[in-house]
Design a protein around this ligand. Structure first.
Ligand code: ATP
Ligand code: MG
Length: 275
């Protein structure tokens, strides 16, 4: 049975959080966390108050990528998010440091996701970016069935296997009536001696976006500095002076802001003032 668009429980907004953007993919290792981290930092650099929830409870990578290891404290029942590069952060890795894996079963998984969304003191946020685990499993469903998103971003590489799974991810969001803001093609090409090498194939993201009738939001090249930035806690979006990659992430952030404003305008009824 597929996901139910009209579950028994209505979707509950998170008080104070204006826009929720989920970053997902059908396949693992395509760069979701890299995109989520650099998007969140770019949104913050544009002046938006931004949070980043690492919802990958199986393999949380966001703290390493954001260069922060600490234990959040609670005030009463409310967990206080940590902060790095101008972004408020929450991740399972803060609560379970080290290499011990966590095994989650259905009800526990639902409860931990709800706690991350609703028991964390996010405060007033313009954007909450959510880094999802790979695939279309329990975490993704729990989240999209209980929380209204502004929209989802589906990350893929140009290879056929990744694209096949990206289509599944787009369908999952659409089945639960969530808007897909668009596709981000990651690892699109590698620039070498002034030439572009299409390591994983060419133009797959654009073709898939056309097929699924969603925008192609960005084509992000393979870039050693981006990988290093992820490993050393200084994501490429923070680079000074900015690199090509920094500007691509800024452009992605601006598109997300435009889509959020459009969604907002659609929600608000048009008021006609009688003369
Ligand atoms: N555009 C890029 N250029 C170079 N390296 C990249 C790029 N995007 C991602 N990477 C690197 O690829 C690896 C996988 O990326 P990442 O962890 O973001 O993928 P993911 O989709 O979140 O993976 P998972 O499914 O395991 O959560 C990381 O080492 C990351 O630094
Ligand atoms: Mg990840």
């Amino acid at each position: 049975m597929g996901p139910q668009p009209h579950g028994e429980h209505p979707k509950l907004p998170i008080p104070g959080v204006r826009n929720i953007i989920a970053v997902g993919s059908g396949k693992g290792g395509v760069g979701k966390s890299t995109i989520a981290v650099n998007l969140a930092i770019s949104l913050a650099k544009l002046g938006h108050i931004t949070g980043l929830l690492d919802a990958d409870v199986y393999g949380p990578n966001v703290p390493l990528m954001m260069g922060i290891r600490a234990t959040p404290h609670a005030i009463g029942q409310r967990i206080q998010p940590l902060s790095a590069h101008g972004v408020r952060l929450m991740s399972m890795a803060f609560l379970n440091p080290g290499d011990k894996p966590l095994v989650w079963r259905g009800p526990m998984l639902n409860s931990v996701i709800q706690q991350f969304l609703r028991n964390v003191d996010w405060g007033e946020l313009d954007y909450l970016v959510i880094d999802l685990p790979p695939g279309t499993g329990d975490v993704q469903l729990t989240l999209v069935q209980t929380t209204p998103l502004t929209g989802a971003i589906v990350v893929t590489t140009p290879s056929d296997v990744s694209l096949e799974d990206a289509r599944k991810a787009v369908n999952m969001f659409e089945q639960v009536r969530e808007r897909v803001l668009g596709i981000v093609e990651n690892m699109s090409y590698l620039e070498h001696n002034g030439e572009r090498l299409y390591v994983f194939g060419k133009g797959g993201g654009a073709k898939t976006a056309e097929l699924m009738k969603v925008p192609l939001l960005a084509e992000i090249p393979l870039d050693p500095q981006t990988r290093e930035g992820g490993d050393n806690g200084h994501p490429i979006a923070t680079a000074e002076p900015p690199t090509l990659q920094t500007t691509l992430f800024e452009a992605l952030a601006r598109k997300v802001v435009d889509s959020a404003r459009e969604a907002d305008a659609r929600r608000r009824p048009t008021i006609t003032v009688a003369e």
